[in-house]
Design a protein around this ligand. Structure first.
Ligand code: ATP
Ligand code: MN
Ligand code: MN
Length: 301
C-alpha cells in the first residue's frame, strides 16, 4: 500500500460543526441513550479528553447500529472519516506501512461519533514519535467473582511499588470491571524496553504475592486473582482513553480519579454519558489537577 507521509501533528483548523445524522437512534438499549446523547457527551467532555486523546494513534470501537448489534474494532481508515481525522503511517512487522488514525480536536472526536464510534482507545505513544512510548498502563483485570475492594487494594499496592522506584502513577476507572494504573513517561526508551519493564514489574508482583496476582493471560490460572495485564504496553496495543464511553450496558465511561477518592468508589463504572456536567465539575477538584501528567523517565528495574 502506498503511503504518503502527512504532517505528523496537524494544526487544528477552526471548528466546524459536525453534523450528527440519526441523533434519535438508540445506541444503548438497556438505558435508552441515543446517538445524539453520545455526541452531546463527547462535545461536552472533549476539552477534558483531548489532552489524553489528541495527537496519538487511536483505535475505535464502532457500533453503527447500537451496542447490542455488530461492533468492530477499527485501527485503519476506511476513507470515510472526513477532514477532521488524520492519518499517520506506521511501519508494520512485515516492513510495510499502514495508515493509523489520529485526531487533534473536538471535531475529530465528533466525526468518529458520527461514524458510529462509541469507544476511543489510544496507543501508548504519540503520532509524531510512535516508536517512543510516553504512557504505561497496568490494566487490572479481576477474575470473575472478585470484589472491587480487591481491585482497589491492588491498584494502591501498584501505586506504592511504583512510587518505591520513583514513579508517579494515576488511577482510572475503566468503565467496565477494573482499574487502569497509568504511568506517564518522558519519551526516550523504545517499545522493547517499555514492554520489558511492564512485564518484569507484573512478574515481580505475582512472584511476591502469587495468591493475589497473576502476570500471564491464562484464564484457567486466574482463579480468584487479578491479572496484571502488562500487554497493553507492547507496540501496537491500545488502552481505553480517559473519558471514553464504553460500549457496555448503561453507557458507562472511563474516568480518571484521584487516589484519595478511590476509597469511596464502589465499582469501576460509577459514571455514564449522562454525567458530563458532573465530570467537568469533578475535574475542577484540586485533587484531579495534573492527573496523567508527570515528567519522569523509565528507570532501570
Ligand atoms: P475492563 O475493566 O472491563 O477490563 P478494559 O477496557 O480494561 O475494561 P480489557 O478487556 O481489559 O478491557 O481490554 C484492555 C484493552 O485492550 C482495551 O482497553 C482495548 O484498548 C484493548 N482491546 C480490547 N478489545 C480489543 C480488540 N478486539 N482488539 C484489540 N484490542 C482490544
Ligand atoms: Mn481491563
Ligand atoms: Mn485486559
Amino acid at each position: 500500500k502506498a503511503v504518503k507521509p502527512e504532517k505528523a501533528i496537524a494544526v487544528p483548523e477552526p471548528s466546524t460543526h459536525i453534523q450528527i445524522t440519526n441523533p434519535d437512534r438508540v445506541i444503548f438499549d438497556e438505558s435508552g441513550q441515543t446517538k445524539g446523547d453520545l455526541a452531546a457527551y463527547y462535545e461536552q467532555i472533549a476539552p477534558l479528553m483531548l489532552p489524553f486523546a489528541a495527537n496519538r494513534p487511536v483505535s475505535l470501537v464502532r457500533c453503527p447500529q447500537g451496542r447490542g448489534k455488530k461492533c468492530f474494532f477499527q485501527k485503519h481508515d476506511s476513507g470515510s472519516f472526513g477532514e477532521h481525522v488524520f492519518h499517520v503511517p506506521i511501519v508494520e512487522k512485515d516492513g510495510g506501512a499502514e495508515d493509523y488514525l489520529y485526531l487533534t480536536d473536538a471535531d475529530g472526536i465528533l466525526a468518529c461519533v458520527q461514524m458510529g464510534t462509541i469507544e476511543f482507545h489510544g496507543w501508548g505513544s504519540r503520532a509524531d514519535d510512535v516508536e517512543h512510548p510516553d504512557r504505561m498502563v497496568f490494566d487490572l483485570d479481576p477474575d470473575e467473582g472478585l470484589d472491587f475492594e480487591d481491585v482497589k487494594r491492588a491498584a494502591r499496592d501498584i501505586r506504592r511499588r511504583l512510587s518505591d522506584i520513583g514513579l508517579v502513577s494515576f488511577a482510572m476507572l475503566s468503565g467496565g470491571k477494573g482499574i487502569h494504573v497509568v504511568v506517564p513517561l518522558t519519551p526516550g526508551h523504545d517499545w522493547d524496553a517499555h514492554k520489558d519493564f511492564a512485564h518484569r514489574f507484573a512478574e515481580a508482583l505475582s512472584a511476591i504475592e502469587p495468591e493475589r496476582f497473576i502476570a500471564t493471560m491464562s484464564k484457567a490460572k486466574r482463579k480468584g486473582k487479578i491479572f496484571i495485564d502488562y500487554l497493553r504496553n507492547q507496540r501496537g496495543s491500545t488502552a481505553v482513553l480517559p473519558y471514553s464511553a464504553r460500549a457496555r450496558a448503561g453507557a458507562p465511561v472511563a474516568v480518571p480519579i484521584a487516589w484519595e477518592e478511590l476509597d469511596g468508589i464502589k465499582n469501576a463504572h460509577p459514571f455514564n454519558i449522562g454525567d458530563g456536567a458532573t465530570l467537568i465539575e469533578h475535574a475542577q477538584d484540586k485533587a484531579l489537577h495534573g492527573w496523567g501528567f508527570a515528567a519522569q523517565a523509565l528507570p532501570a528495574l
